[in-house]
Design a protein around this ligand. Structure first.
Ligand SMILES: NC(=O)C1=CN([C@@H]2O[C@H](COP(=O)(O)OP(=O)(O)OC[C@H]3O[C@@H](n4cnc5c(N)ncnc54)[C@H](O)[C@@H]3O)[C@@H](O)[C@H]2O)C=CC1
Ligand SMILES: O=C(O)CCC(=O)C(=O)O
Length: 444
């Protein structure tokens, strides 16, 4: 058995109750075989055994009091995965499904993604099984304060810089920042995705969605295709989905569907984004309300039906494993030619296999959605400089970073003979830099 296969077997053995983590590692490791063949010294340094194990996992209780005066207890965690190329960096997720295996899969992905951005950030991820849905602002604030009252001792602007993810937006970042400042008496860039009034960066809110479209533009234009007049289906209706829709529309695409965890909307005339923003960003409502407002739009219960809509480009931007083998086959049958992951690991391994074997251009999340964390790194730079950049400056840097990520993936594919396999390209390109840094830093 090869070294890589052996390590993968160990990961499966040791983490049996963490299916998402095993899935993420199983997607990455086999694609790294040729790198290990080229670098036998990595095996001697047990590089892979060290890479798959987080440097540190912190798990803690989060007690808070709800509006009725009842004490609630959630579980909080932060996985500080790898700091070879910079301080740990990655979002916080608040969702009832959060568990250690999910946060580990996200942290593992983040290591490669952050490396691809070309900025000096290591990988981490955190969160809690707290469900912000249906909670009052005061309850969310008390939860965030309780969460930070433990987390603050493990993070720092040069140690670990969290940000948002599912369920964590500007409101939550504000409450977390306020508590960190109170506890430490320090005003610093401890979180990214901050409000513009207190150290946030212009274009961070838009960055993941815009970055996805910038990346996909490179992918499809290399094959003579364009967003102009393309029919696009996007799942989710949160931060990533909304701004992917905005940029795709700006490039002339017709986005015909969006979803949330209850169901999806189909608007054959093209989604009216101002209505979605009002529902989701202002009123925190359900996507169903769109069909109540817009004539000719349909609402369907259930999430996976969105993939039965005929489209040229599909962009899963909601959550992990939302696009399975069966849905992938339907998309292929309906003529999809490109799929770009705005979410983290939204496609199952089998679904990815269907796209790849059908010649569909498939862009994995760790490359395609890296624009968010890349812009977080730009926010950190602005915080260190104590100077804000204009929207245009940040957006232009983001665009260039996404082009560079595309080029790195393409280059790795060429070098290792896996042309157009962006999964392998992204894994190899992301891994190479982290591996060199780990080798240079000795056995730590
Ligand atoms: N916000 C960011 O900067 C980045 C986010 N991501 C990833 O993008 C994905 C979405 O994150 P955000 O937009 O930030 O979160 P969000 O909380 O703003 O939105 C998530 C959306 O997905 C929907 N959703 C949840 N489960 C669903 C399901 N099973 N089917 C359909 N819709 C579902 C929710 O209703 C919500 O509309 C996640 O996988 C996240 O890890 C990746 C890179 C950066
Ligand atoms: O901006 C960040 O630090 C976090 C982004 C994130 O969580 C992700 O890339 O999945």
């Amino acid at each position: 058995m090869s070294y890589v296969k052996n390590v993968l077997e160990q990961v499966k053995e040791k983490n049996q109750s963490q299916p998402e983590f095993i899935q993420a590692v199983s997607e990455v490791l086999p694609t790294l075989e040729p790198v290990f063949t080229k670098h036998p010294e990595y095996e001697k340094a047990a590089l892979l055994e060290r890479l798959v194990e987080p440097e540190r996992v912190v798990m803690f209780r989060v007690p808070w009091v709800d509006d009725k005066g009842n004490v609630q207890v959630n579980r909080g965690m932060r996985v500080q995965y790898n700091s070879a190329i910079g301080p740990y960096k990655g979002g916080l997720r608040l969702h009832p499904s959060v568990n250690l295996g999910i946060i580990k899969f996200l942290g593992f992905e983040q290591v490669f993604k952050n490396s691809l951005t070309g900025t000096p950030i290591g990988g981490g991820k955190g969160g809690s099984d707290f469900d912000p849905k249906g909670k009052s602002d005061n309850e969310v604030m008390r939860f965030c304060q309780a969460f930070m009252s433990e987390l603050y001792r493990h993070i720092g602007p040069d140690t670990d810089v969290p940000a948002g993810d599912i369920g964590v937006g500007a409101r939550e970042i504000g409450y977390l920042f306020g508590m960190y400042k109170k506890l430490t008496n320090q005003y610093c860039g401890i979180l990214t995705g901050k409000g513009l009034e207190y150290g946030g960066s212009l274009a961070r809110k838009e960055a993941t969605g815009y970055g996805l479209i910038y990346f996909m533009k490179e992918v499809i234009e290399a094959k003579g295709k364009s967003f102009k007049d393309a029919t696009v289906v996007i799942s989710g209706s949160g931060n990533v989905a909304i701004y992917a829709t905005e940029k795709a529309q700006e490039y002339g695409a017709k986005v015909v569907a969006l979803s949330d965890s209850n169901g999806y909307i189909y608007d054959p005339d093209g989604i009216k984004l101002d209505i979605v923003k009002d529902i989701k960003e202002v009123r925190r409502g359900r996507i169903k309300e769109y069909a109540d407002t817009v004539k000719g739009a349909e609402y369907h219960e259930g999430c996976s039906g969105i993939w039965t809509i005929k489209c040229d480009i599909a962009l899963p931007c909601a959550t992990q494993n939302e696009l399975n083998e069966e849905s992938a086959k339907v998309l292929v049958k309906n003529g999809v030619y490109a799929v770009g992951e705005g979410a983290n690991m939204p496609t199952t391994i089998e679904g990815t296999g269907v796209f790849q074997s059908s010649g569909v251009l498939f862009a994995p999340g760790k490359a395609a959605n890296a624009g968010g964390v890349a812009t977080s790194a730009l926010e950190m730079s602005q915080n260190s400089l104590r100077l804000p950049w204009t929207f245009e400056e940040v957006d232009q840097k983001l665009h260039q970073i996404m082009i560079n990520i595309y080029k790195q993936c393409e280059q790795a594919c060429k070098e290792y003979g896996c042309e157009d396999n962006f999964v392998a390209g992204a894994n190899i390109a992301g891994f190479t830099k982290v591996a060199s840094a780990m080798m240079a830093q000795g056995i730590v």
